[in-house]
Design a binder for this molecule. Structure first.
Ligand code: 5GP
Length: 205
């Protein structure tokens, strides 16, 4: 298993639920989920220091200035970053680190740690993604439309990741994730065909 695993996906693809289940199922005391710093406002169900370290814009810029981030990105107008020292310490202690980053962050980390494993999760289709974003009840119609148009650009970046999977059926996507994370193995022919077909459909739009 890689020391550093990065999972990215367009918003609403189900990445966070997949990661939670992956951690639960692998039941590895050795695997740590990274906690990022962000300037985004805390949502109702989020906990400071658990979901994120919520910090002021000024503090983020200070950390950036001091070169404290392994990677950082602006997503929907908010700043996000991963602490360089935190990742280094966990790896030196023998932990495996799992980071949930946007595509820009994932590619930045890949250039620093070429041995890290990068995985991109695709939605099965744009109408399905729109439905998931609406059901989540978190965003207004305007924000959902923004997330959808951003998703179309993000999908193009999937080709730069080590592995691509499709979250069509949760359990199947989780199995795919486990196969990749545990064995660095390729997926079954059926699941690979699905990735190929889904990419063709998503990139046509
Ligand atoms: P949200 O604000 O909805 O939790 O996350 C928005 C996006 O930011 C998601 O794509 C998430 O993966 C990404 N993200 C969260 N933390 C980080 C980080 O530390 N660095 C980068 N590059 N992206 C992050």
């Amino acid at each position: 298993m890689s020391k550093l695993i990065i999972i990215s996906a367009p918003s609403g693809t189900g990445k966070t639920s997949l990661i939670k289940s992956l951690i639960k199922e692998l039941d590895s005391i050795n695997l740590k989920l990274g906690i990022s710093f962000t300037t985004r406002i805390k949502r109702k169900n989020e906990i400071q220091g658990e979901s994120y370290f919520f910090i002021k814009h000024r503090k983020f810029l200070e950390m950036l200035e001091k070169n404290e981030f392994l990677e950082n990105a602006e997503v929907f107008g908010n700043l996000y970053g991963t602490s360089k020292s935190w990742v280094k310490i966990q790896i030196s202690k023998g932990f495996q680190v799992l980071l949930e980053l946007d595509w820009q962050g994932a590619l930045q980390v890949k250039s620093t740690y070429p041995d890290c494993l990068t995985i991109f999760v695709l939605p099965p289709s744009y109408p399905e993604l729109e439905e998931r974003l609406s059901k989540r009840g978190q965003d207004s119609k305007t924000i959902i439309n923004k997330r959808l148009s951003k998703a179309k650009k993000e999908v193009l970046e999937g080709k730069n990741f080590d592995f691509v999977i499709v979250n069509d059926v949760f359990e199947k996507a989780l199995e795919d994730l486990k196969t990749i994370v545990q064995n660095k193995n390729n997926l079954s022919q059926e699941r690979r065909d699905l990735v190929k077909h889904t990419l063709q459909v998503l990139l046509k739009k």
